[in-house]
Design a protein around this ligand. Structure first.
Ligand SMILES: [Zn+2]
Length: 575
């Protein structure tokens, strides 16, 4: 038999076999069992999370001659034709290459005819967001009055590009990234059936490299298997994927513990000699430190996506570092990674980075000093003030001091005047980390009294836009409502926003607290939110001018305008 790639050979054939998307599989099989299928579904989610696989199972389940419960039998002629892509009743269309109005007109034409053999005529349109606006409009007409025997299944990786008019006529399912453990399970199952011996380490490496995509993980598996043959070991997997052995990252943290500058230079040389990508290495070092931070912060290593042996090692290593140190180290490594990007000689930058790590001042070492100074200056205070300072116990380990960051042990700022406390150092690191994120440093917002002033609406626009972006990701419908909202101005610290629709206003008022909290976190502001109704300005000049006209949605327009837009694909003129 000829070779078939794993992703195709082991494609799930029934609902129960679809990994990571059981919430969707269950809903769909219930709908089949109860005969309550919708006319159109849209499957959204990142690539390689079995959206089209699910669409094909659904198609077979609907048209199968002898279904088993909600599942297709996968044996009858209907099932086999669909699997082989020969069915006349299941039409798969690639939205990327058939995106024009003509293709959709053909589709509409053919949708009027009854299915040839099956119960329903099923159109699966992949990457549906690629359709042109005219094509969407043509499709919309069919969706508005769908022929009873037709079923549409759309799949997309970019659901925000699909017009809301289409979305509102589909039942929508969001596919999730597949968790690493489930990919590992599946790969283990496949290798057992293919008589391939593979170790845990390799399974994890491959699954992590696939980044939540089953298809990607399976092709990486194929790649490794064709290199290694019937036995796959971690060393070989690492070599094929050019993945750095985990031991290297522990050597990096050893530099900090042992303060060994000679080893720092040697380690940098070894990494370069092995041909590892320096930025990638620093990236993974940041992940390594993050793993340690999770262990240190939660005391629980089971949250890490690593093999059991490595997990034990993380749990031990985490005891050697304080959370503040780890935060500072992460900041340092992220900065180094950025610097390497522009460095003419990345190797020198890596060496410098490692030497600095070997000279890294750790909070666990500074803390006893601070306490000592405090005692000498007689400044210690608080209930803990009289305790023996850990500095008097040289044998005490980092573990004993790990609570130094907790509020009860933190020396008061007044006591340590002029000397940064460990907690303060932690704060600085934290602040620097925040400075890296784009949300930091929000523009100044003028707080004025009196009637809303459109002039200060400009100032809050960036903050408003970041709120809309965040909301759109969490609650798409709410995001669409915000799209058509306009900023009236800021009055007494309240950002006043108007919407041209009373129903939408009610929804916004209901979500006011949630939205306010969101605004305050994403924009780092103390502004409050208030919503009110205002008719949409007649001319664009009359608007506050701070918001772009809503894209896509035409619900707020006059019925005649809506018809013109729908029938002729008209667009409102700008300016
Ligand atoms: Zn069948």
């Amino acid at each position: 038999m000829s070779y078939i790639v794993t992703a195709r050979k082991w494609r799930p054939m029934v609902f129960e076999d679809v990994l990571g998307q059981q919430h969707i599989a269950t809903t769909l099989s219930n709908a089949i069992r109860l005969d309550r299928l919708a006319h159109a579904y849209i499957f959204s989610g990142p690539r390689g999370v079995v959206k089209t696989t699910m669409a094909r199972i659904l198609a077979r389940a609907v048209n199968c001659r002898s279904p088993r419960g909600a599942n297709p039998c996968n044996e009858c002629d209907m099932c086999q034709e669909i699997t082989g892509g020969r069915s006349l009743d299941v039409i798969e269309i690639d939205g990327a290459s058939n995106r024009g109005i003509d293709e959709i007109r053909n589709l509409r034409e053919s949708a009027r005819y009854a299915p040839v053999k099956g119960k329903r005529k099923i159109y699966i349109i992949d990457e549906v967001h690629m359709l042109t606006k005219e094509a969407f409009n043509a499709l919309l007409k069919t969706l508005e009055e769908p022929p009873s025997q037709v079923l549409f299944i759309f799949a997309t990786t970019e659901v925000h590009k699909v017009p809301s008019t289409i979305l509102s006529r589909c039942q929508r399912f969001e596919f999730r990234r597949i968790p690493v453990e489930q990919i590992v399970e599946r790969l283990r199952f496949i290798s057992q059936n293919e008589a391939i011996t593979i170790d845990e380490e390799s399974l994890l490496r491959i699954a992590k490299k696939g980044e939540g995509s089953m298809r990607d993980s399976q092709s990486i598996f194929d790649q490794v298997a064709s290199f290694c043959g019937e036995t796959i070991r971690a060393e070989d997997t690492n070599r094929v994927l050019n993945v750095v052995d985990e031991a290297f990252f522990f050597r990096v943290t050893d530099l900090v513990k042992q303060r060994d500058t000679k080893e720092a230079v040697a380690l940098a040389a070894e990494i370069v000699d092995r041909g590892y990508d320096i930025r990638e290495f620093l990236n993974c070092t940041a992940e390594h430190l993050r793993n340690l931070l999770i262990c240190a912060a939660t005391g629980d290593a089971s949250l890490l996506e690593v093999s059991p042996q490595v997990r034990v090692r993380y749990a031990e290593e985490a005891r050697e570092f304080s959370e503040e140190d780890l935060l500072r180290l992460i900041t340092f490594i992220v900065e180094a990674e950025n610097a390497v990007r522009w460095a003419p000689q990345p190797r020198f930058r890596l060496e410098a980075c490692f030497v600095q790590l070997a000279k890294f001042d750790r909070a666990v070492e500074i803390q006893p000093l601070i306490e000592r100074i405090e005692r000498l200056t007689g400044g210690s205070s608080g209930p803990e003030g009289g305790n023996t300072a850990p500095a008097d116990r040289p044998e005490s380990t980092g573990g004993a001091l790990r609570s130094s960051g907790k509020p009860k042990d933190t020396p008061t700022r007044a006591a340590g005047e002029g000397i940064p406390s460990a907690a303060a150092i932690g704060e600085t690191a934290h602040a620097r980390r925040e400075a890296l994120s784009p949300a930091a440093d929000p523009p100044k917002v003028p707080m004025v009294s009196g009637p809303p002033d459109p002039a200060n609406a400009e100032a809050v626009l960036p903050q408003w836009n970041s709120l809309v972006d965040v909301v759109r990701k969490d609650k798409i419908h709410l995001g669409m409502i915000l799209d058509e909202a306009r900023i009236a101005g800021v009055v007494d610290g309240v950002l006043r926003v108007t919407v041209p629709d009373k129903l939408h206003l009610a929804r916004l008022k209901k979500e006011k607290q949630w939205l306010t909290e969101r605004l305050q976190t994403v924009a780092g502001t103390k502004l409050l939110l208030d919503f009110e109704y205002a008719e949409r300005p007649v001319s664009p000049h009359g608007s506050s001018g701070t918001q772009a006209p809503p894209a896509g949605g035409s619900e707020g327009l006059h019925p005649i305008e809506q018809t013109i837009i729908r029938e002729f694909g008209a667009e409102p003129l700008e300016g």
